[in-house]
Design a protein around this ligand. Sequence first.
Ligand SMILES: [Zn+2]
Length: 419
Amino acid sequence: VNRFGLVYTIQGSVNSLRPIVFTAHQDVVPVQADGTWKYPPFKPYYDGHFLWGRGAVDCKNNLIGILSAVEALLSQEQWKPKRTVIVAFGFDEEVGGANGAAHIAAELEKTWGSDGIEWILDEGGMGLVIQGDAIYALPAVHEKSYLDVYIDLEIEGGHSSRPPSHSGVGIVSEMAVALEAHPYRPLLVGGSPYYKHLVCQATYSPDTDPWLKDALKENKLEYISERMSAQDRDIRFRIQTSQAIDIIQGGGKINALPEAVTLGINYRIAPQDSMEAVKENVAKYVKPIAEKYGLTVVSFDGTVLNHSESVQETETYRGTIHLRQGESTPRTPISPTANNVWNEFAATVRHVFSDYANTVVPVGDIMTGNTDTRHYWSLTENIYRWSPARIGTRLNAHTVDERLDMSAHIDGLRLYYGK
Ligand SMILES: [Zn+2]
């Protein structure tokens, strides 16, 4: 599909059953400096425990796992699936999936109709978490929304031998500092997938912290939010909007003042905040700094928030700040966890991982990233994002020394194979 997209269909014997779709992506993020890797990133190395290499965790394990399971099943003559099985692999997930998954979605919709798929399983989720006698299987049934914001400053340049007190880089840096000084608040939303996850945990794990059990009973959501978010970043960013200043660009010559400076900020928005609120918040912290230097601010929708007249310093800075929205993905619908499709999926999960603990508790969770499934909403409401791996088995996705504990690969294989 669209040259690099791969879709394989294994026809089932019962036509009235909607197909299931297993998906993963073929692309990886680039390597920034391969000299810093322990093993060359594009020469996979297996040390007997971990498989090292770019893509080992994100998510060629899913891709190879799905293919291996399908191959193993197809080689058995007695394997005749009732339900059609579709395997679909995009190739540009890391840059939004517009060329891969978007085209695959259109193709599948053409063949099977809108809402024509039973369920879709992609990478993602919060893995397998063992706690006491219970193991929690945490497929994501919801993704945070996604937003990139750019602050573009155009400012008068000049010779570096007679600079103003602040160059464009300095001014934009001040904005970066102001934004980072005001992170978003964590908040556990009652009834949300993560809330349900905690309630399940309190029900099935006797060793759940007593304070958490009590606080859930008393519905002290703010108190829980504060304590939980202090524990680790995985938990924190399920309930808090993240703000990461990832790009600063500006200046081209060491003896010339920069005339254009850009700051790029990536947001993953938690349920209690909205895309509009995040944009307003950026404007709120940028505006006073712009005012201080007498810079014009043009907001996201073209409204001028500040004119360059109001200079308060003795120096004049002539320039304009444009607030710009980049890529964005709206909040995903929440896949139901109280219908027959979920029940069947959850039963499979319980069966597959029953040897790990006395109780296997599948519970839908929220995930902080986005996957190719952002293009698949029209195919089914039942979208599960899940790489079934235990904590500590998937290391360094998107950075140096990406590596996968082989046991996590086996866990994935077991799920795809169904045993
Ligand atoms: Zn991925």
